[in-house]
Structures are given as C-alpha cells and as structure tokens.
Design a protein around this ligand. Structure first.
Ligand code: ADP
Ligand code: MG
Length: 312
C-alpha cells in the first residue's frame, strides 16, 4: 500500500468518530479554533534512521535542527506562527551521550531562532536505529489560515523559492559525497516561517502548503483537496543551481512554500514579496476548473510521468 493509500484508509476508518472541534486529517496541520478569532494548529513529522537520514552522513546537531525545521515548515505553510513543540526520541545504545547532547543543542538553537518552547515529549531506548518524532503547535488569527483546499480556477500557482537543491544534495550524499554545498542544503532545510506568516496576512493568497514530497506530488494534494486541476509550465519551474528540472519537480525536502493567488493580485503580490524577502516568487502556472495536472512545454501538453517522494 502507498503512504497516501494508508492515510486515506485511516481517514475512512475514523470518519464516524467525533472531531471534538478539530479540522482533522488532510492538511499540513490539524486546526482547532480557540474562539475569539484565533486558532491553534498541530502537526507531527517523523524522522527515522535509514529512511530519512544516514547517521554517518549528518551531524547530530544538523539532525536536531532538521527535525524541528521540517515541522516549523508545516506550521508556516498554514500561515501560522510556531509557538511550541513536543519531542519524542528513541535512541539505540550505540548513539552515545555526546550524540544526544549535540542533537539537543541543534534543536535548542533552532527553537531559539524561531522563538518556540519545548513543552514535552518522550525518551526511550531503541533496539535499532534512531527515531525522532516532533509535534509542533502554531497559533494564528483564524482569518489568516491557509489551507490546501482553497485553490480557485484561474489562480496563479507560485513557488516561494528555487527547487531541487535538496534532491540534488541527497543524490550527492547517496553517492558518498557528503561535503558538497548541495549536500549541506539537504541537511539544513530553512523553514519559510516569516514568509508563511506574511502570506497569511494576504487575502489574495488562497491555498498554501509546504513542498516536502516534491512539486509533482504536493501540487496534486492541493488539486485533490480543492477539486480543481492545474497547468504547469515546465519552463517556469525554478530549478536551483546544481539541480535539473526533473529533480526540481519530483524530489522532495525543499521546504519552500507552494501557494495559489487570485490572478488580478498575483503580480503585485510577487512584487511585494520580492521587495520584502529579497528573493523572487516564482509563477509556475495556473489552476484550472478541469481536474488533473497538465505539464506544458512551449504551451503544449507534454505527457510526463513525474511523481514525488513516497516514504512508506
Ligand atoms: P506533510 O507532508 O505536510 O507532513 P503528509 O503528506 O505527511 O503531510 O500527511 C498528509 C495528511 O495525513 C496530514 O494531514 C497528516 O496529518 C495526515 N497523516 C499522515 N499520517 C497519519 C497517521 N498515521 N495518522 C493520522 N493522520 C496522518
Ligand atoms: Mg507539509
């Protein structure tokens, strides 16, 4: 079974249970309105040795930062401010105390940088391999929340950064080249927290998510949840230096924001983003009423069998 098939099965199995006021499975975070126009958002991400990282190819400090960063990215992608985290960690006997201390120092550094409190978690021995689970909690005015389900036909699709560097870095790491600049990018994702908060304040931004599994997969989540389709101009995909367009479209872990915006306001949004963040907002294509994801080259459909990451 695929990762998404499994999640769909969970959703069906639990559909009849009470939601207790939560917007549940399906977005980057679960949403809980607090009353008074504010909401909390919740997300959890798991990193497991051999699947998400190789202990020999990353420092403990980098891993401490990354395990928090990927969760902050999910909170930011809702337009929310990360406020607190819970950290659960399973450590095998061969992970030394020094490794754990260095991991926690990385986690602390990034917590300090983004002003998040560590408010709980769990610690246990593991029979084999390191497993890390972080739960992050964010807060936002409810009107600022951005969901995957709000893309409208005609919207312009944007990526808030270049894509493919992390995937190209992973390729380097798997080839035994851990000291390249791209490998460093792969190990040190930078969550777009300030950017996500800013998009949250912009009503012309309709749908938003973070790119963790690759554009080809993640955009399909917006399309499915919104009941729309999309045309993406392959020439417009912003390919990071050192990557190629297929990697940019299919490899994961870039942790850039993917969003859709009302067409009349899209140009102004992009200009203001660039002025504020000193980095371009890249238009990729548009949302269509007809379902399906169509890749266009020179304005003509091209049948590309492009898919993103699956972790299961
Ligand atoms: P993301 O890439 O943003 O972390 P995923 O694609 O991993 O999101 O997950 C999609 C949705 O499925 C999310 O809403 C997530 O909370 C939910 N989900 C994933 N795994 C589980 C699980 N084991 N139990 C309940 N919900 C899950
Ligand atoms: Mg996400």
């Amino acid at each position: 079974m695929t990762e998404f098939g499994f999640i769909e099965q969970i959703r069906t199995r639990f559909a009849a249970l009470p939601d207790n006021g939560f917007e549940g499975i399906g977005d980057d975070c679960a949403v809980m309105p607090l009353g008074g126009g504010e909401s909390l958002v919740f997300t959890a991400d798991l990193l497991t040795e051999g699947v998400h990282f190789l202990r020999t190819a990353t420092t403990a400090r980098e891993l401490g930062r990354k395990s928090l960063a990927v969760n902050l990215s999910d909170v930011a992608s809702m337009g929310a401010r990360p406020v607190a985290t819970l950290l659960s960690i399973a450590l095998p006997a061969d992970a030394a105390d020094a490794w754990a201390a260095e991991f926690m120092e990385g986690y602390r550094e990034l917590s300090e940088a983004f002003g998040t409190a560590l408010v709980g978690g769990d610690t246990t021995r593991s029979q084999s391999g390191i497993t890390i689970n972080v739960t992050a909690i964010g807060r936002a005015p409810s009107a600022h929340l951005k969901r995957r389900s709000d893309a409208h036909p005609g919207d312009v699709i944007f990526a808030a950064g270049e894509l493919g560097a992390s995937g190209a870095g992973l390729r380097d790491i798997l080839a035994g080249r851990c000291d390249t600049p791209l490998a460093a990018i792969h190990r040190n994702p930078q969550p777009q927290v300030a950017e996500g908060l800013w998009f949250g304040t912009r009503p012309e931004v309709h749908a938003m998510m973070d790119l963790s599994d690759g554009l080809a997969s993640d955009l399909r989540h917006i399309l499915d949840r919104s009941g729309v389709g999309a045309e993406v101009d392959v020439e417009c995909i912003p390919v990071a230096p050192g990557a190629d367009v297929r990697t940019a479209a299919c490899a994961g872990e870039d942790y850039k924001l993917l969003l859709t915006a009302a067409p009349d306001d899209a140009e102004r949004l992009a200009a203001e983003f660039e002025a504020r963040f000193r980095s371009p907002l890249h238009p990729l294509g548009r949302i269509t009423a007809a379902s399906g994801l169509v890749w266009l080259r020179n304005g003509k459909p091209e049948p590309l069998d492009w898919h993103g990451f699956e972790h299961y």
